[in-house]
Design a protein around this ligand. Structure first.
Ligand SMILES: [Zn+2]
Length: 405
């Protein structure tokens, strides 16, 4: 595949276009350059999702041209039931315990009760998987936990992991050192985690966000993962690939991988460890990253280390969750989000004003249809909702048809 073909594939998928509605030669050279730079080098200093911005500008132009030439435009909306944005909560499990001497040395991080319970050995302030899942369940949210495969005794989590997966939580692999650049290391880490917990994992995030273009993606893809959630910059609040929506990364030869990347938006340790923010500023920083994501109807991926949830800084997690819930949107585990995005990629055929699916559409799909003046829409097996500038069309089953006359 060529670079340009890859970029067309990414545009079709990200913008939710019907088959053949985008002609490759219509894509401006600067957009091809921008997208290809994003997925081969990234923009480690970029505080604005610049690729997303460029794509949405391009989409507006494309839509104008479609309305002029064909009399209508149609887009698959990004999220189930037309939700305005998506939220994914994740927890890396780096450690579940530290020696008491470490706790004593870092005692100023903790509240009095947690410190006493920790020092007396009654309850470790670093092992919060149980508490987080219970509290998240009470709030009606589900998250993804990425476990290291060789840093602590996984047998201690065997029972807990069964409860977690039964209750809608997800367990993924937190890639140990070396897994980002070695297929052997990746396969043995995956096997260690899967056999210890008797589960199948679908996704991976590398420890310390270790990542190399394109080898880390190729390894994750070949190891059989459905998604990776590594791509983010540890020391800055930025959009490392300029995108805040899932995408299929390219192989070294520009082939779109089966793997989906769910780009990371904010990591907790960036706020405290690198930027040395206080709690109010940390909260504001998280919400301003969230606001930028929602401007592009994107995916907000939060990484909050489970061992830090009782610490100064880390304890604002629950305030963030409450605020995210107040803002609405579609919230799911990383595998839930990847699964949705994959099924949203079903082919939609638009020919001579007739739009039909040529594979099963996902449940919850909504399409946004714009009509030029004088055009009218007829549909079969769809519900149609009129908005001021467009129509929202939701299929009522696997077979449907939209006709523009
Ligand atoms: Zn880690």
């Amino acid at each position: 595949m060529t670079k340009k073909e890859y970029v067309k594939h990414l545009l079709d998928d990200t913008l939710g276009l019907p088959l053949d509605s985008l002609v490759q030669d219509y894509i401006p050279g600067e957009l091809v350059d921008l997208v290809s730079q994003a997925v081969t080098e990234g923009f480690p200093m970029e505080t604005d999702p610049i690729v997303e911005r460029a794509l949405s500008r391009f989409d507006e132009e494309l839509e104008r041209a479609e309305l002029e030439q064909k009399g209508y435009s149609i887009r698959k909306m990004r999220w189930p039931r037309g939700a305005s944005h998506a939220v994914c909560l994740t927890h890396d499990v780096d450690n579940v315990g530290h020696p008491r001497s470490h706790l004593w040395r870092t005692r100023s991080r903790f509240g009095f009760l947690d410190l006493v319970l920790g020092l007396t050995g009654l309850r470790s302030p670093y092992d919060n998987v149980q508490m987080i899942t219970e509290r998240e369940k009470e709030k009606g949210v589900r998250s993804t936990f990425f476990f290291l495969s060789g840093n602590y005794d996984l047998n201690a989590f065997a029972e807990k992991s069964t409860w977690m997966t039964r209750n809608g939580f997800e367990i993924g692999l937190h890639g140990d050192f070396g897994t980002h650049s070695s297929m052997d290391a990746m396969l043995s880490a995956k096997l260690r985690l899967e056999s210890s917990l008797n589960i199948r994992v679908e996704g991976v995030r590398e420890h310390y966000l270790k990542f190399e273009f394109p080898i880390t993606w190729e390894i994750a893809d070949e190891a059989g993962f459905g998604y990776d959630a590594t791509v983010g910059q540890p020391d800055k609040l930025c959009y490392k690939v300029g995108l805040c929506s899932p995408f299929h990364p390219p192989s070294a030869t520009w082939r779109p991988l089966n793997l989906l990347e769910l780009p990371l938006t904010v990591m907790d340790t960036t706020l405290w460890g690198y930027l040395k923010l206080g709690e109010p500023e940390g909260f504001e920083a998280v919400m301003s990253m969230f606001d930028a994501v929602t401007r592009f109807k994107g995916l907000f991926v939060l990484l909050w280390h489970q061992e830090a949830i009782k610490m100064r800084g880390g304890r604002i997690y629950w305030r963030i969750v409450d605020e995210l819930l107040r803002r609405g949107g579609y919230l799911d585990t990383a595998s839930g989000i990847a699964g949705w995005w994959r099924s949203r990629g079903f082919p939609l055929k638009a020919e001579g004003g007739i739009v039909r699916p040529i594979a099963k559409p996902p449940q919850g799909l909504v399409m946004r249809v714009k009509l030029s003046q004088g055009a009218r829409l007829e549909s079969r097996n769809c519900s149609v909702e009129e908005r001021s500038e467009f129509l929202l069309v939701s299929p009522l089953g696997d077979e449907f048809e939209i006709k523009v006359i």
